[in-house]
Design a protein. Structure first.
Ligand code: COA
Ligand code: AMP
Length: 638
């Protein structure tokens, strides 16, 4: 460990040597109905459970207690929507009112502790009310990102089996209105499981048709509950009760339902606000993600509110709404101290405003740090932002599975030197090791798979929804006694971690995690496709973009160009626009090993214009030339 890490090192060491004391101490920041007498039960669950005898309510901790302590008038949510031209300030007292009323509406649909509620909504305050209303009742929410299509929504509904669905009539993208309700209707038609009720927020940009008996108008239902004085109080639940399920791409087409338990999550997030982000209660925190992703769950909704901060809810893009100064406008208008976004957003801003001229005129005197996560932060963008902002730019590494950073630079404890390309050091409770294929630790500076010695710290997934077996098979079987992150990386002599990329078929497109296997399944289902491979190729703004190679069945007479267009449309329809699948290439053959394994890594190297060694087991090296040629015809590759 670097000599600079004098304050951080003992904190991390204490969390590993005596997790009981460390996390029981961190737990004091919350209000418990029954405080934990112990932090961890190693016998419970798949690898143990956090705070096994404690009880609390997440919504009470995020909302009510701030009102009870005299902060009712403080802004809880600052909604800023350049795409609709709307702004709204919601105080903690108003938030409590909205959430308690909506919870009463949900209770009226029969939603109670342990029931699931799917939320398919854009970045509007009502979506946050919905999440918190579920938490208030002890119900389990499952938010589905608006950029997913009906089929993906249907898969999640089938798996979560929600009692109710909360939806909005539409989302608003800079260039178009996206009607959500027809997608919900299509998903429900596909799903064999049907919820009892759907509560639909009618937005003026596109009104939805409501299905008699099943669908309810949000505004009317809430107004009726208010008129009747119906409000629901927070229900204390076991700390081990799930707060939410968040689906993420797995290596098959079936998404994984990551379960987040209530107590551990609230404890870890609250700890992170002070110690990682260095933010105090009452300050304004701006996380420019989407509530459909884990980063949005944790740092738009729960962490800032649990910590008594004001959260900015921004319905817009980093560029184009209206320009590359959007984030700086929001930061100065609301006195933001910390901004958290994805490197892809920074690259988009840098591309449009390379000299950072859009910063001119904005008062960022209260701004202290920019945090980046979701994909590797490229050194160029980090250096650009450091220069433009004159403030620390901190890369930190995350997964949906962990719910908070695995590694980062703990500004609240000690500002460690930034090393470009590295996500700095492990956060408390993460006993991080870099292993070779046989599970042996590799020397510092050597690449391997990053694995976390069990137990995982609070907030990390205790299991996958409905399947302890899939949890074990997906994460715990590669290396006995460890969680396999499926990220490859290096640790240096100072203990800094550099994450290099996934070891599985997951790709990262504009900070969105996508499975190439899922896209291959869509391509393979086309009647004219014999075989296919999807890889992530380098993209200057999005980091990676998917590219599909298809071999057509013999005897197909249709124009390849027509089939390619159909394939692009199919992925958009089946997975959603978020897949950003725009490039399908018809090729004569796919490069394979003699045992028939498709050489995806070599194809990616060719597409990215990188050098590669000819795989010794390749069946026919000339196929690689054909792949290179076909990429060149589309302007991709060296
Ligand atoms: N509802 C419906 N459609 C959506 C959507 C939503 N919530 N979010 C995105 N889409 C659509 C977009 O309109 C786009 O459609 P198009 O193919 O018709 O243009 C498509 O999905 C791809 O979206 P995206 O990858 O976001 O690309 P973009 O060109 O719209 O924007 C960036 C590019 C870089 C500005 C944007 O991706 C961004 O801000 N990324 C940050 C990501 C992030 O915060 N990730 C969370 C991890 S921290
Ligand atoms: P998600 O589950 O969508 O948050 O995606 C998690 C994956 O994104 C990780 O497994 C990494 O591959 C990648 N990732 C997230 N943050 C970083 C980062 N700071 N540096 C490198 N990769 C990252």
């Amino acid at each position: 460990m670097s000599a600079a890490a004098t304050a951080y090192a003992p904190v991390h060491a204490a969390s590993i040597a005596d997790p009981e004391t460390f996390w029981l101490d961190a737990a004091k920041a919350l209000d418990w109905e029954r405080a934990p007498s112990r932090a961890f039960d190693p016998q419970a669950g798949v690898y143990g459970r956090w705070f096994p005898d404690a009880r609390l309510n997440a919504c009470f901790n995020a909302v009510d207690r701030h009102v009870e302590r005299g902060h009712g008038e403080q802004a809880a949510i600052l909604y800023d929507s350049p795409v609709t031209g709307t702004k709204r300030r919601i105080s903690f007292a108003e938030l409590r009112e909205e959430v308690a009323t909506l919870a009463a509406v949900l209770a009226g649909f029969g939603v109670g502790r342990g029931d699931r509620v799917v939320i398919y909504m854009p970045m509007v305050p009502e979506a946050l009310f919905g999440m918190l209303a579920c938490a208030r009742l002890g119900a389990i929410h499952s938010v589905v990102f608006g950029g997913f299509a009906a089929n993906e929504l249907a898969l999640r509904i089938e798996d979560a089996r929600p009692k109710a669905v909360l939806a909005a009539s539409c989302g608003v993208e800079p260039t178009r209105v996206v009607p959500y309700k027809p997608l919900l209707d299509a998903a429900l038609a596909r799903s064999s499981y049907k919820p009892d009720a759907c509560l639909v927020l009618q937005r003026p940009q596109a009104k939805a048709e409501l299905v008699e008996g099943r669908d309810h108008d949000w505004e009317e239902a809430v107004a009726a509950a208010k008129a009747e004085g119906r409000r629901a109080d927070p229900v204390a639940v076991a700390a081990t009760d799930p707060l939410y399920i968040l689906y993420t791409s797995g290596t098959t087409g079936k998404p994984k339902g990551v379960v987040r338990d209530t107590g551990g999550y609230c404890v870890a997030l609250t700890w992170s606000m002070a110690n990682l982000y260095d933010v105090k209660p009452g300050e304004v925190y701006f996380c420019a993600s989407d509530i459909g992703w884990v980063v949005g769950h944790s740092y738009i909704v729960y962490a800032p509110l649990l910590h008594g901060c004001t959260t900015v809810l921004y319905e817009g893009k980093p560029v184009g709404t209206p320009d590359a100064g959007a984030f700086w406008r929001v930061a100065s208008e609301y006195g933001v101290c910390t901004l958290f976004t994805a490197p892809t957003a920074l690259r988009a801003i840098k591309k449009e405003d390379p000299r950072a001229e859009k910063l001119d005129g904005y008062d960022l005197s209260g701004f202290r740090a920019l945090f980046l996560a979701g994909e590797r932060a490229d050194p160029d963008s980090v250096a650009w932002a450091e220069k433009a902002l004159g403030k620390p730019v901190i890369d930190h590494w995350w997964q949906t599975e962990t719910g908070w950073a695995i590694a980062g630079n703990p500004l609240g404890i000690e500002r460690l030197p930034v090393k470009y390309g590295s996500t700095a050091v492990p956060m408390p409770g993460y006993d991080l090791h870099v292993l070779d294929e046989a599970g042996k630790p590799v020397p510092d500076g050597t690449m391997g798979t990053i694995a976390l010695k069990l137990p995982l710290p609070p907030s990390c997934l205790p299991t996958l929804w409905g399947s302890d077996e899939r949890m074990r098979a997906s994460y715990l079987q590669t290396f006995a006694g460890y969680y396999d992150t499926s990220d490859a990386g290096i640790r240096d002599a100072d203990g800094y971690v550099t994450v290099l990329g996934r070891t599985d078929d997951i790709i990262n497109v504009a900070g969105h995690r996508l499975s190439t296997g899922g896209m291959e399944a869509v391509l393979a289902a086309h009647p004219d496709v014999a075989e296919c491979a999807v890889i992530g190729i380098r993209d200057l703004v999005k980091g990676e973009a998917p590219c599909g190679f298809v071999v057509l069945k013999s005897g197909v007479t249709k124009e390849p160009g027509d089939i390619e267009r159909e394939l692009v449309a199919r992925v958009r329809d089946e997975i959603g626009p978020v897949a950003a699948f725009k490039l399908a290439l018809t090729v004569g053959r796919l490069p394979k090993t003699r045992s028939g394994k498709i050489l995806r890594a070599t194809m990616k190297a060719i597409a990215d214009g990188q050098s590669y060694t000819m795989p010794p087991t390749i069946e026919d090296p000339t196929v690689l030339e054909e792949i290179g040629e076909s990429l060149k015809t589309r302007g991709v590759g060296a």
